[in-house]
Design a protein around this ligand. Structure first.
Ligand code: PMT
Length: 395
């Protein structure tokens, strides 16, 4: 299960749009992800990206109309592929696929496809908004083709608008979302808190902890791969937020307000944030001066317990998953928090263990379900991989 992203067979079709200049970086990323790639280029795509560049990066020949011959590559490539990605996809190719036109190797392969098709339309905004293009997109979506809407930004034609292809790492995320072995969270809404909180003493100093948000984002990303709509309430850390709606907060009190505001929306609530248990009692609106003070005593007041508040407010059909970051008595403390906060599951995290807890890419977690009929389980590995497994057990 941990390796579901590795070794995947990706058929990549490139059409003649300027966004094709991004594709060599995508091919590198596919190879770096230990996946295999076969590439089909339309004649016009060759104006934007050289076949030899792609062949060098992919480590194999690319397929063009010149080698569309008796060896029936449009059939054989499809028999090999697990996914057919068309990026960028021009209005022209979009229209052809929507209407069953098979006048080159790429469109013939699209019609012969029996794996999921993932399309990244990219073009000038007026071309994208044209009713014919919109109609064609509807036709394809209705047929089960996965269409990733272009984003807004600077377009090659010099205007700023909708029509940009996502960046290569984002295309990769969409590929994995389509290839995910499970889509059991499709239609579900997942609210994740992540990162640290900052509790300010004065305008320039705060009390915090080393949380990077990686574990929370891993839970969010794995839920997104499985089809969920994901909203993240993030403390002040930089996160890869592609595909998520993000609410930025600083303090525990702000996080509580944001969680309450979004609570009724969620089917699952994951509390991975490392929330400060205390805030400064008397915030100084001016920077505290060091002169004349050999010592400084700061009084702290207890912050609200967000997970416990959610535990009180949640509906019966909402699932609340908490974490327990511990440095001693992992089991006892985690069980006590599970009860006290009315959680459905707790992930016990020994943050003193090597390669675990704060800031690390890896973690070791123990899932403790509230339901005594369910089994406890231990996961160890990359945060994103173990998050995917946690969802397998929670769902
Ligand atoms: O972000 P990373 O660098 O990837 O690090 C990951 C992590 C170590 C932060 C993560 O794996 C983790 O353990 N998160 C929970 C941290 C924590 O605050 O644990 P806790 O045992 O203090 O709290 C128990 C639960 O109550 C947690 O779900 C926490 O979010 C919640 N809580 C705690 C205090 C508070 N005032 N409000 C809360 O909601």
């Amino acid at each position: 299960m941990n390796n579901w992203k590795s070794g995947r067979k990706i058929l990549l079709g490139i059409t003649g749009g300027i966004a094709a200049y991004k594709i060599p970086a995508l091919v590198r990323l596919i190879k770096k992800s230990n996946c295999e790639v076969e590439i089909i280029l339309t004649d016009f795509a060759k104006n934007f990206v050289a076949p030899m560049t792609l062949e060098t990066l992919a480590g194999r020949r690319v397929w063009t109309n010149e080698n569309f011959d008796f060896s029936i590559p449009h059939i054989k490539l499809n028999d090999w592929a697990e996914i057919f990605v068309i990026a960028p996809c021009t209005a022209n190719t979009l229209a052809k696929i929507a209407h069953g036109v098979a006048d080159n190797l790429l469109t013939s392969a699209a019609i012969a496809a029996h794996c999921p098709i993932l399309i990244f339309p990219a073009m000038n905004e007026n071309m994208f908004d044209n009713p014919a293009t919109q109609e064609n997109l509807k036709i394809l979506s209705a047929r089960g083709v996965h269409v990733v809407q272009p984003s807004e930004g600077d377009l090659a034609c010099g205007v700023c608008g909708r029509g940009r292809m996502p960046e290569s790492n984002e295309v990769m995320l969409e590929i994995f979302r389509t290839l995910s072995p499970f889509h059991d969270l499709a239609g579900k809404k997942v609210l994740v808190t992540t990162g640290p909180t900052h509790e300010y003493l004065d305008p320039v100093r705060y009390i915090s902890n080393p949380s990077t948000g990686k574990m929370g984002v891993a839970m969010a990303r794995a839920a997104w791969y499985r089809g969920a709509d994901v909203k993240i309430i993030s403390g002040p850390v930089e996160i890869n937020s592609y595909g998520f709606e993000v609410v930025h907060v600083k303090s525990a009190c702000e996080m509580l307000d944001a969680v309450k505001e979004n609570l009724s929306w969620a089917d699952y609530i994951v509390k991975a944030a490392a929330v400060g248990d205390y805030r400064v009692k008397n915030f100084s609106s001016q920077k505290i001066k060091r002169e004349g003070k050999d010592e400084l005593t700061i009084e702290l007041a207890q912050n609200p317990d967000i997970a416990a508040e959610v535990g009180k407010l949640k509906r019966d059909n909402q699932i609340l998953i908490g974490f327990a970051a511990e440095t001693q008595s992992l089991n006892d403390n985690a069980h006590a928090k599970l009860e006290r906060k009315n959680l459905d599951f707790i992930l016990a995290n020994d943050v003193s263990a090597p390669d675990s807890g704060f800031a690390s890419d890896t973690n070791t977690l123990k899932l403790i379900p509230r339901d005594l009929n369910e089994k406890e389980k231990i996961y160890s590995g990359l945060k994103e991989d173990i998050a995917y497994e946690v969802w397998s057990d929670v769902v």
